[in-house]
Write a new protein. Structure first.
Length: 445
């Protein structure tokens, strides 16, 4: 079997070890001219790394590479393209797989599901877009194991296997600088459900037409969450199957949007046949969230600093703003993802936002900053309490945090929820979040 690995990042290295164990003849294809690869590995590097791919039996696309890039030079290879996620779903020894997709909330929901199943005594493994290639724990799985996968549209583009339980959270426009259009984005996510049979379960968010459309792609039994018969909130209590799980004011996760994530997780766990209410309650009342998801960094001089670097869309910034009732200093800006900011501007105008601090690198032409577009939307809405730090090279995070501190007053929240991608100034959202946390912690008392 001749295998080409298209892209040799972290995922590509895992793919190499997996296919090597299968005895495949592997060629590493990467656009970099120079690359550190295993000794003796065949390579096809540089400008022509995608040439003549039809000579291979299997093409393993790294998740971040759009399939169209492959097909432009190789129009007849669609049937050969797979991903590490698709291969895992093909060979996984257990049918107990839960896949979760959506625009935001995937990582939180997957973590809640995993922790609830663990608390109930199940053997459970978490992987996917959350940072753990599931193929790495393939050898640990038995027929009774549970697998929870966070799945992005990038990963789902080349998937043709569906899990037993598939969950679609709220879906709004996202990654439109990567996908051809919104239709392609929705189609990619629908692959999670497309191969389900009537014996499988399709859980969706009924208040999102996109979520309903995606879940309808297959034959799985349709089950809403946030309304019965899935988990829902009634009189401030999360309820399922006629049983109270916990009160919403007991949740450690901030924001009403996390009520949705909690209900999605409870619904998914309930459908596994695990009805351990105490395990669910214990997780929901103790788990405070993932890193860079509305995470409290520090309180200084009566001001609380929250890091929501993971939030990269106007919708995530909106829910972060709505998670706090008091005055806020909001930090916005970053690179373009092809979305609009008019709705976010209206939320800011109608919310108790004291000041908006804008950041961006106007000198990055490859990943153009969209921050001036954000400012234009704010001013069009009549919001003018803005400090712009957009410049060639971008401001330092210390500059951003210093400005936020200067305008914040006791009782305020400084909210780092930028509504944009990070690539005009940072390696990724983790790099951005780490720099914000470091700058806040360095503020003198």
């Amino acid at each position: 079997m001749k295998v080409a690995l298209l892209g040799y990042d972290t995922e590509g290295k895992v793919s190499y070890e997996y296919y090597k164990k299968l005895g495949a003849e592997i060629t590493i294809c990467d656009r970099k001219d120079e690359l550190e690869v295993p000794e003796g590995a065949a390579v096809q590097l540089g400008e022509h790394y995608l040439d003549n791919l039809d000579r291979f039996d299997v093409l393993v696309r790294t998740a971040g590479m759009p399939p169209q890039v492959i097909f432009e030079k190789n129009p007849d290879v669609a049937g050969k393209v797979t991903t590490l996620i698709n291969e895992f779903l093909r060979v996984c020894p257990t049918k107990n797989v839960i896949g979760v997709t959506g625009t935001k909330g995937k990582g939180t929901t997957c973590t809640l599901i995993t922790k609830m199943l663990e608390a109930a005594g199940q053997d459970v493994h978490l992987g996917g877009n959350i940072g753990i290639p599931p193929i790495t724990f393939l050898d640990k799985l038995t027929a009774d194991s549970w697998v929870v996968l966070e799945l992005s549209s990038f990963q789902l583009m080349s998937v043709n296997h569906s899990p037993h339980i598939a969950v679609c959270l709220m879906v709004v426009p996202e990654h439109l600088n990567w996908h051809a259009d919104m239709a392609e984005y929705l189609t990619a996510k629908s692959h999670l459900f497309a191969q389900q049979t009537p014996d499988d379960i399709a859980i969706y968010f009924p208040e999102s037409d996109n979520s309903k459309q995606i879940a309808a792609a297959g034959e799985g039994r349709k089950l809403p969450y946030y309304q019965a018969p899935g988990a829902f909130v009634q009189d401030g209590v999360i309820t399922i199957g006629g049983q109270a799980v916990c009160r919403t004011d007991e949740l450690k996760l901030l924001g009403a949007h996390n009520w949705q994530n909690a209900c999605a997780a409870v619904t998914a766990v309930w459908e596994t046949g695990v009805h351990d209410i105490e395990a669910m309650r214990g997780v929901l009342t103790s788990f405070s969230g993932l890193e860079y998801h509305i995470e409290l960094v520090r309180e200084l001089d009566g001001v609380r600093y929250y890091n929501d670097s993971f939030g990269t869309t106007p919708e995530t910034a909106t829910v972060a703003i709505q998670a706090f009732s008091g005055p806020k200093v909001l930090i916005l800006g970053g690179s373009d993802k092809g979305v609009e900011f008019d709705g976010l501007a209206k939320v800011i105008k109608d919310s108790d936002v004291r000041q908006v601090v804008l950041m961006g690198n106007s000198g990055n032409k490859e990943n153009k900053t969209v921050t001036p577009k954000v400012e234009a939307a704010l001013r069009a809405e009549g919001f003018g309490d803005i400090t712009s730090l957009v410049k060639d090279g971008g401001p330092t995070m210390t500059e951003v945090v210093d400005v936020a501190r200067a305008v914040a007053q006791p009782g305020d929240v400084v909210l780092f929820s930028v509504a944009c991608a990070s690539f005009d100034m940072f390696k990724d959202y983790k790099d951005r979040g780490a720099q914000f946390t470091a700058a806040v912690k360095k503020l003198p008392s």
